[in-house]
Design a protein around this ligand. Structure first.
Ligand code: ADP
Length: 478
């Protein structure tokens, strides 16, 4: 089976969040399932640079939303790549989505419309003899592909699946861009691509893709409710039978405590934790402390509950706990975190994005905090599990699906792996921190939590089998 995965970012070439990890990991994981997956990416400078020598042009278009574009097929980052080389859209420095002023590029709608258009062309007509049976589309950036596919000759060949990694990003554009985006006016209505008077690329995908998925079973259910659906809950309820939740895995070769070359001390058991924690304290300028060293690796946004952590810090510090945070994002949170670090010797903060440091932070922490208001899947709690760094998480989305709360029954049964809290507010988080400190104060209980956590399978095998089954189901239905 041949599948073209279509996304705006992909590890190891370009990453701003968990989406990139998923897109980069799936092709390798799916090989074992007999799926041949290529990845279509925009030709940002980093992607063009990562494309190995010998890439071939397999498709060209003279006018691709304001300039010429062509598709290069080759390998890069260990992946079978199709790269949309369209300099007028993608040859820009910095973030894939934002200009130097920190705002979305004004032509983001056209940039990703071009990605969807080219995906549809490859699916409808093939590219140098390769034609996918399935288009696997990720998030709003690929959302228009199923609409384009319907209008193209050969468009019936491929089936489509759209995966929602985060419904907060919907790809909205004013309605007067309909023509510019090559969208027929017939699809601009509430049962089509219209979203409160605008065009939504995500909604287009949700309406027109054959199947939908998201990255955890709990988020799949949450998305059909007003509290989480962000205005698309009605549509998702109506399509609930087509919507699956498949939990992300993590790359367990990249996140492997036994082989992680970036760590000061390699370890296979929780016993190695002490050395990594000491190294992390030294690196962050933290003294020894009697309570748990809590860590966070995160985008600093409202979604991630950073304000809740700031509010409840005293309940951790009073118990002799500490916080070491690596993150970047909204200026208000960066500033507040810097102030908290200045005011408290038990708090240390690194503002920035640093992959290697993120490994040392997660390896050295006793616990990792993920108090997200919503979390489609979440990856850092999975890294935590693998490294014996006990996750303290909000009971939402994939966090609810991947952590077993250390309540009395789970402790008795010997299956607990972390701490969950709900609702997502200051009181509940403070209470959870206090529970975490209680657990940490009992070494036998804590060690058992660590061992359970480290035993939990967090690789891609399960997800790969589930995606492969989804693809096969789609193929059979066609
Ligand atoms: P999201 O995609 O919403 O940001 P996820 O938990 O799914 O959240 O994925 C976040 C990914 O980005 C993880 O791989 C995490 O380690 C990484 N990450 C986030 N912030 C940083 C940072 N400041 N430095 C290094 N890695 C980071």
């Amino acid at each position: 089976m041949q599948v073209l995965s279509v996304a705006s970012e992909c590890v190891p070439l370009v990453k701003t969040g968990g989406l990139a990890d998923v897109v980069g990991a799936l092709p390798g994981a799916l090989k074992a399932e007999g799926v041949d997956m290529a990845v279509l990416l925009p030709g940002y400078p980093a992607v063009m640079a990562g494309l190995g020598a010998g890439a071939q042009e397999v498709l060209a278009e003279e006018d691709l939303f304001g300039g010429p574009g062509r598709v290069l097929r080759g390998t890069g980052g260990g992946l079978d790549l199709m790269v949309l080389d369209a300099p007028h859209l993608f040859d820009r420095p910095g973030s894939p989505y934002l200009g130097a002023d920190g705002r979305d590029w004004p032509d983001n709608a056209e940039r990703y419309a071009a990605l969807g258009w080219i995906a549809a062309r490859i699916a409808a007509q093939g590219a140098a003899g390769w034609q996918p049976d399935i288009l696997h589309l990720h998030d709003w950036q690929a959302g228009l592909a199923p609409v384009y596919l319907r209008g193209m000759e050969g468009g019936g060949h491929a089936r489509t699946i759209l995966t929602i990694h985060n419904i907060a990003f919907q790809g909205l554009t004013p309605a007067n861009r309909l023509d510019a985006l090559r969208l027929p006016s017939a699809v601009f209505h509430p049962e089509g691509v219209e979203y409160y008077g605008q065009i939504s690329a995500l909604k287009a995908g949700l309406v027109f893709a054959d199947r939908l998925s998201t990255v955890s079973p709990t988020y799949a259910t949450e998305l059909t409710t007003p509290a989480f659906g962000m205005g698309l809950d009605g549509l998702l309820s109506a399509r609930a039978a087509d919507l699956s939740g498949i939990l992300n895995g993590i790359d367990d070769a990249v996140w492997d405590p036994a082989a992680d070359a970036d760590l000061a001390t390699r370890y296979k058991t929780p016993r190695g934790k002490a050395a990594n924690r000491a190294a992390l304290r030294a690196e962050f300028g933290l003294a020894d402390a009697p309570g748990p060293l809590c860590v966070i690796v995160s985008r600093l946004t409202e979604q991630k509950g950073i304000d809740l952590v700031l509010d409840t810090l005293p309940s951790l510090l009073e118990r002799g706990g500490q916080l070491a945070l690596l993150g970047s994002g909204d200026a208000q949170y960066e500033e507040a975190l810097r102030r908290a670090a200045d005011a408290n010797p038990g708090v240390a903060v690194r503002i920035g994005y640093d992959e290697a440091l993120s490994h040392r932070v997660i390896a050295g922490g006793d616990a990792i905090l993920v108090p997200s208001r919503f979390e489609p899947c979440g990856l850092t709690q999975l890294y935590g599990l693998r490294y014996g760094t006990i996750p303290l998480v909000a009971r939402t989305g994939g966090l609810a699906d991947t952590v077993i709360d250390a309540n009395p029954a789970a402790l008795r049964a010997g299956v607990a792996t972390g701490v969950q809290f709900a609702p997502v507010n200051d009181d509940a988080l403070a209470h959870a921190m206090s529970r975490l400190c209680d657990l940490f104060a009992e070494p036998a209980v804590w060690t058992k939590l660590q061992r359970n956590a480290m035993k939990q399978p967090v690789g891609w095998a399960t997800a790969a089998a589930e995606y492969a089954a989804l693809y096969r189901g789609l193929e059979q239905a066609s």
